[in-house]
Ligand binder design. Structure first.
Ligand code: ATP
Length: 314
């Protein structure tokens, strides 16, 4: 395991205030393997940023342990050399310096020599498509360019694990694609690990190997997308019917039928057949009616549906 988070807890207290202590993270444990993209999801205020900030060493856990490559964070400062973080977009970029100077400055601060930075910088800036602006003051870069520079600054130190908070938020289609490809390359080709927090579920579906869902400071569900899809499997079908659609109330409630669209003699409905057997019962009902079945298909669960269901039920 490259990263192990064990029974992590964070209670925020506000000194000299009557505010009660706030337990933002309650006993969270998870692990990340080399080459893996792990996405931490959860509604606003669930405790994702608090967790990621504790891993980045920006705030101290109230209790629990974080191990990087088997070594405990906080006890051995050298462990941080193998970790980089891009939190809240562009914070790890110094605005008065140009991109090239930023790479040198932050790499030097973390003990990487200028010689090594010079060898890598041009390739990295070209890959991130900010090489044309490498001598412009960073404050004049666009938001997307700053975001990419922040990633460059994180990568120049050759980290084994990278923490990324909303890496593609606000990026144009092409920049967003580049970042996704880069994430895939960093993990699948170079064996680095990425801990990602985002609200962009399509990004998660595209690049995450495993997903953990946090709710009110607790990790309530964890698994690969395939595992989550099988656990939260539903039997929702979509049918398109031609003819006069007038089913009795019993059928509507039995299959929890929802009408999606009704026009020109065609009715599109979603139904919960509960099981394969149920789907045949519905087809039998249609067969005995005067309706013609135009199409009938099972809906694939997407991550958004799973996410909402987890929050409703867990
Ligand atoms: P979002 O998706 O909105 O970014 P999040 O999952 O990252 O949310 P956190 O920022 O970790 O959530 O916040 C978790 C809880 O801790 C929230 O109730 C928040 O108000 C509280 N909190 C965060 N930072 C502090 C702080 N410095 N002092 C006190 N409470 C805090």
């Amino acid at each position: 395991m490259i990263l192990e988070v064990k029974n992590l807890q964070k209670i925020y207290t506000t000194p000299f205030s009557k505010k009660p202590p706030m337990e933002a993270v309650k006993d969270i444990s998870f692990q990340i393997k080399p080459g893996e993209v792990y996405a931490l999801l959860g509604p606003n205020g669930a405790g994702k940023s608090t967790t990621i900030k504790m891993i980045a060493g920006l705030i101290h856990p109230t209790s629990g342990k974080i191990l990087l490559g088997g070594k405990e964070l906080g006890k051995d400062v050298s462990v941080y050399k193998s970790l980089s973080a891009v939190l809240e977009g562009t914070r790890n970029v110094y605005w008065r310096m140009n991109p090239l100077e930023n790479l040198h400055y932050f790499a030097n601060l973390r003990g990487v020599s200028s010689k090594i930075v010079s060898e890598k910088a041009d390739k990295l800036l070209t890959e991130l498509e900010i090489d044309a602006k490498k001598k412009n003051q960073s404050q004049h870069l666009s938001r997307g360019m700053l975001q990419k520079l922040a990633l460059g600054v994180a990568l120049i130190t050759d980290p084994k694990i990278i923490l990324l908070d909303e890496p593609t938020l606000g990026l144009d289609v092409s920049s967003s694609r580049k970042i996704k490809e880069k994430i895939k390359y960093l993990t699948k080709e170079e064996g680095r690990s990425i801990l990602l927090t985002t609200h962009q579920l399509d990004l998660v579906e595209e690049i995450a190997d495993r997903v953990g869902i946090i709710r009110a400071g607790k990790l309530v569900v964890e698994g690969t997308l395939t595992e989550l899809k099988s656990v939260f499997k539903t039997s929702i079908y979509r049918a398109k019917l031609r003819g006069v659609w007038k089913p009795d109330k019993k059928i509507i409630s039995k299959f929890s039928i929802k009408i999606r669209n009704e026009q020109q003699g065609l009715t599109e409905i979603d139904l919960d057949a509960k099981s394969k057997k149920g789907s045949f019962e519905f087809l039998d009902y249609i067969n005995k009616s005067s309706l013609e079945l135009v199409s009938f298909s099972k809906l694939e669960e997407d991550l958004e549906e799973i996410f909402l269901r987890v929050l409703e039920t867990k």
